[in-house]
Design a protein around this ligand. Structure first.
Ligand code: GDP
Length: 345
């Protein structure tokens, strides 16, 4: 039986990946960091809690990584863990560099020590490209990150390449462009939009306030991306692959699509500079030609499908909540974002 160890299993990608691997008869272990408030709502919302095994691990602690490898004895490790919110990486840049960047060296070094035949997947990110002025980006495009998160991801990307070449470890990088779904965290703009639009529709709030409306992103459907990740790991040779939709839309366009799905007036859309970052990437669009030709991977959903599916999911959740139903969910506990003071432009 194939065995996977998934770091970041409590996050969006980790949860969808665990579901996919279970459907392929993997034994799935997932690492988690102890927190005073449990964070298993995604795993529970897909009903995975009794199907996976959880192992405590902290990416800043090499011993805990070695223990997790010894306990799970994986054939494949998927590193889906990171401190993944770009805006917060400007607040805690060094912690981000450690968790998102250096931890990948800890993981690969532990694999090299314990069993170099373990395959390794690294979640690289389109944020590594920065404002390189040449979208759409492929695996060969120049990378000039402009956020602490992007810098950390690029260092991890190089680390993967180094372990691949120096020690012949089967280490794969998936350069994933933005990918979204109802399990997305509320910090990210798509979920912030779908959640606010649902609340406005039900009379629970009266505006959707965002920062930079002109940023263009390439938004795909996360469950399709974890399938691409799985396919990358099944290849004989480790390599880098871009996963994207090849299509860009602005934050404004995504918000308009979401509002139109719920049938609410665009007048609710407001801007506040508090939600702007010190620096932002203007346009990020990808080119998935290589994934298509090597992996036969092709996304079915575009940003407008994603916006509709996310609005529908959040509307249903808020309706269920109004009806007094109990279910694993994050939004009703989320603090008022306006009270969080971040460095802004
Ligand atoms: P990212 O591409 O990984 O940083 O994903 P995000 O969903 O956090 O942000 C996508 C884009 O939306 C970025 O260009 C943000 O500056 C922009 N954006 C505009 N308003 C907001 C907002 O209120 N929250 C967030 N998270 N992003 C916003």
């Amino acid at each position: 039986m194939r065995t996977a160890l998934v770091t970041g299993i409590t996050g969006m990608d980790g949860t969808y990946l665990a579901q996919l691997l279970l459907s392929k008869n993997y034994k799935v272990f997932g690492t988690f960091r102890r927190a005073s408030t449990p964070n298993f709502w995604r795993i529970m919302s897909l009903g995975l809690e009794d199907k996976i095994s959880l192992v405590p691990m902290d990416l800043t602690d090499s011993n805990s990584i070695i223990n997790a490898l010894r306990i799970s004895q994986p054939t494949e490790v998927y590193n889906m863990a990171a401190s993944s919110y770009v805006a917060d990486s400007f607040e805690c840049p060094l912690a981000n560099l450690d968790i998102t960047g250096s931890a990948v060296m800890r993981l690969l070094d532990a694999i090299h020590t314990i069993d170099p035949h373990i395959k390794f997947y690294q979640s690289s990110s389109s944020e590594m490209y920065g404002n390189n002025g040449a979208p759409p980006m492929n695996e060969e495009s120049p990378m000039n990150p402009i956020s602490p998160y992007g810098v950390a991801k690029l260092s991890a990307h190089h680390i993967v390449n180094m372990y691949r070449k120096a020690y012949s470890i089967h280490a794969v990088s998936g350069i994933c462009f933005n990918h979204e779904a109802p399990l997305r965290g509320l910090d990210f703009v798509t979920r912030k939009i779908s959640n606010a639009v649902a609340k406005i529709k039900l009379g629970l709030c009266d505006n959707l306030t965002l920062g930079n409306l002109d940023a263009i992103r390439d938004w795909g459907w996360a469950p399709e991306y974890v399938n691409g990740i799985y396919l990358m790991m099944q290849q004989d040779e480790p390599d880098d692959y871009v996963l994207a939709t090849n299509y860009g839309a602005s934050v404004r366009e995504f918000a308009i699509e979401a509002m139109s799905r719920a049938g609410i007036d665009e007048k609710v859309l407001k801007q506040d500079k508090r939600y702007r970052r010190p620096i932002d990437i203007d346009k990020l669009t990808g080119d998935y030609t290589k994934a298509y030709s090597v992996l036969d991977w092709e996304p079915e959903y575009n940003y407008f499908d994603v916006a509709k599916m996310m609005v529908d999911a959040d509307l249903q959740r808020w309706k269920d909540w109004q009806d007094g139903k109990m279910f694993p969910w994050d939004a009703y506990l989320y603090p008022n974002e306006a009270k969080v003071l971040r460095r802004c432009k």
